[in-house]
Design a protein around this ligand. Sequence first.
Ligand SMILES: [Zn+2]
Length: 257
Amino acid sequence: MDRLRAGYGVRVKADPTAQAALLELQSTDAILSQLQHRRNTLPELARITELEAQIKDVDGTRIELDTQVSDLSRAQKKADAEVEQVRTRRTRDEERLNSGAVKNPKDLESLQRELVALERRISTLEDEELEVMEKLEDAQTGLASVQGDLDSLKAELAEQVSARDAAIEVIDQQASDAQAERGSIADGIPADLITLYDKLRGQYGTGAAALRARRCEGCRLELNGADLRELAAAPEDDVLRCPECSRILVRTPESGL
Ligand SMILES: [Zn+2]
């Protein structure tokens, strides 16, 4: 019969009202566990983790493109300056040529050759400049597009964070109500019974179960005739344990004893 008795070698006694209150305590604890579970598995949490990873990724691309844009802008300025320098020299040579100051045919020929060479050089530099400008434009377009992606990801993140916070606020309010209810239920239960209940709850997830229709509602098993007879014979203030799952077994009017 000892395996049907509660306690740590010590028999725990509690009047049937206190034992019935244990079932209410069990329901409230189940609600608290569900709320905790819901709080930990909010869909927003998974989405937030996903978004944070995406943002980190896209931001990496943004930094790369941003560096490209700076490098290409510098390259473009340098190319501009080079073209400008050669153009200045060409203008100077053209002025010399047009001024009529150079009369020696050999010098004239040399000046004209130089002008042709400068023209070619300008053309090459302009091609290079154009190429840099095209790359710069591509990088700027890419940067703007990535920045747009980043902005929408960040906007969605902000929405998810506020949805998460709102959901948590509701859950926490429900949990605090349930906690208050638990407190007032626990007030009607002797301390040694609560201690035993909490210990069992730590071990099995639930600490107490009702006996209904000869079945323990903790483990769902139907008890055998011998155990049922012992349970029926036990004084009503004996705190009993399920012989199958060890939870506190609370007898009810529907126990079928
Ligand atoms: Zn059981």
